[in-house]
Design a protein around this ligand. Structure first.
Ligand code: ATP
Ligand code: MG
Length: 181
């Protein structure tokens, strides 16, 4: 049987109600670039790139060991990176999100994966090939982070689609002064 490599990444999928709100705002406020489809909106935690399909089962097991905590990510910055990548980002990164990304990276590195060494800059890509910084004010969207997922990025010639291979819940934050059960 022939198995093809898969293009894999871990990410936080944008919940449908929030994706709909972001897309509604985007339609009103922005007018250029190639918009990312609502069902593809996400925040990347770790990009693995092309990997054999045999990696999926160990990756699912690795992710199940992660102890991630819930938090709320406030997207309140509208930015443009080189190459026209228009995105929303937080002014303040919740510690729980940073810890989740660090745990995941540490486990992936220990398992032998090669990861990007650049500092983590959490963002949600809104559009590509955006020509200039938009002059509208940045919106504010509160994103309740409740689970993370492993995705396989696929392109069938009509566009990119992410297939979810597994997802794991983030636990409620423990109230201060109480130890976790
Ligand atoms: P496209 O089909 O236009 O490339 P995409 O960039 O959304 O769409 P992928 O290239 O498969 O799809 O990327 C999946 C996710 O991984 C995206 O969040 C993307 O920004 C991120 N990513 C892609 N390549 C890299 C890379 N070399 N390093 C870090 N993250 C990457
Ligand atoms: Mg890409």
């Amino acid at each position: 049987m022939t198995t093809y490599p898969l293009r894999l990444f871990f990410a936080l999928p944008c919940p449908p109600h929030l994706a709909a709100a972001i897309c509604a705002w985007r339609t009103d406020a922005l007018s250029a670039g190639k918009a990312v489809a609502a069902h593809n909106l996400h925040l990347t935690l770790a990009f693995l790139g092309s990997q054999p399909a045999s990696c999926v089962a160990p990756l699912l097991a690795l992710a199940a060991e992660i102890q991630g905590k819930r938090s709320t990510l406030q997207l309140d910055r509208l930015g443009l990176w080189r190459g026209g990548l228009l995105h929303l980002a937080p002014s303040r990164v919740p510690q729980a999100l940073e810890r989740l990304q660090q745990q995941l990276h540490a486990r992936l590195l220990a398992a032998g994966y090669v990861l990007e060494e650049r500092a983590f800059r959490p963002h949600l890509t809104l559009a590509r090939h955006y020509p200039h910084q938009p002059n509208c004010p940045a919106p504010t969207f509160d994103w309740p982070l409740r689970h993370f997922a492993l995705f396989c990025s696929e392109n069938d010639g009509r566009g990119t689609r992410y297939r979810q291979l597994g997802q794991w819940p983030l636990r409620p934050a423990t109230p201060a002064g109480r130890s976790a059960p």
